[in-house]
Write a protein that binds this ligand. Sequence first.
Ligand SMILES: NC(=O)c1ccc[n+]([C@@H]2O[C@H](COP(=O)([O-])OP(=O)(O)OC[C@H]3O[C@@H](n4cnc5c(N)ncnc54)[C@H](OP(=O)(O)O)[C@@H]3O)[C@@H](O)[C@H]2O)c1
Length: 273
Amino acid sequence: MTQDRITFIGAGNMATSLIGGLLATGRAPGSIAAADPDPAQLSRVGELGVVTTQDNVKAVADAAVVVLAVKPQVLRTVVTSLAATLTDDQLLLSIAAGVPAGAITRWAGAQLGVVRCMPNTPALFGAGMAAMFANEYVTPQQRAQATGIAEAVGDAVWVDTESEIDAVTAVSGSGPAYFFYLMEAMIAAGIELGLDPETARRLTLQTARGAALMAIQSDAAPAQLRRNVTSPGGTTEAALNVFESNGVAATIRNALVAAARRSQELADELGSP
Ligand SMILES: NC(=O)c1ccc[n+]([C@@H]2O[C@H](COP(=O)([O-])OP(=O)(O)OC[C@H]3O[C@@H](n4cnc5c(N)ncnc54)[C@H](OP(=O)(O)O)[C@@H]3O)[C@@H](O)[C@H]2O)c1
């Protein structure tokens, strides 16, 4: 059976990961195309066996799904230049941060199915978390196609309203940086407490991995897992009391509110006509 063609516009880091993930799920390399002006990027994905071209228009011509994997700042130019070629039965799957689905349909000049996907950086390691919003023209089959693409590099969920993408951006889009920040602080504290830097790094990172695995695989909520390892009068309680008295939870809440607000501002800027 021939598979519907997926074309990537932009063959950078995210596209390369998604292509690698799709090939790992058994998709035929010949059913994937990638377009990019940079020959070095093209040869990188070309080595995976996919069809490559520097011509965006040619690349989208027979695609069922067009993945828009360029920087948000160039998306408008890219979509506008494809407007005459795109047809109503094609799905546009945009991973460009901040660009509203309505702006993409407006630039495409057609009532196309558009899925706006917010991935995150761990997708580069096959451990991504993506959330997707579909506009009113997306068919159930196209939803399934989008899910298959996003899940090739991790987990994916759907949100019902586009404004939720701002919350998604605050939680999972920017989220990896919050955990890196915590890791940085724990490594620095470990060193201050007398550990050598490599030991502090290994203890911190494996603890982060173990805590994430426990939280994912356990039926208990994170709050319960925390209580389970916090003995009255013990060391963990001593540390958590400092978090509490310094308002760490409130600070995290305020940080995510700021991220969501910034996401909304960027959408207003990037999506303006
Ligand atoms: N990386 C992440 O973790 C992450 C997370 C969330 C969202 N995203 C989104 O994913 C998108 C891609 O990110 P990325 O990290 O993969 O960026 P990237 O590595 O810079 O890839 C973008 C590619 O698009 C190419 N390009 C530029 N203009 C083009 C055009 N007119 N036609 C076709 N290709 C063109 C670029 O070529 P040149 O290098 O020659 O300009 C580059 O190879 C961005 O919109 C970003 O917001 C990424």
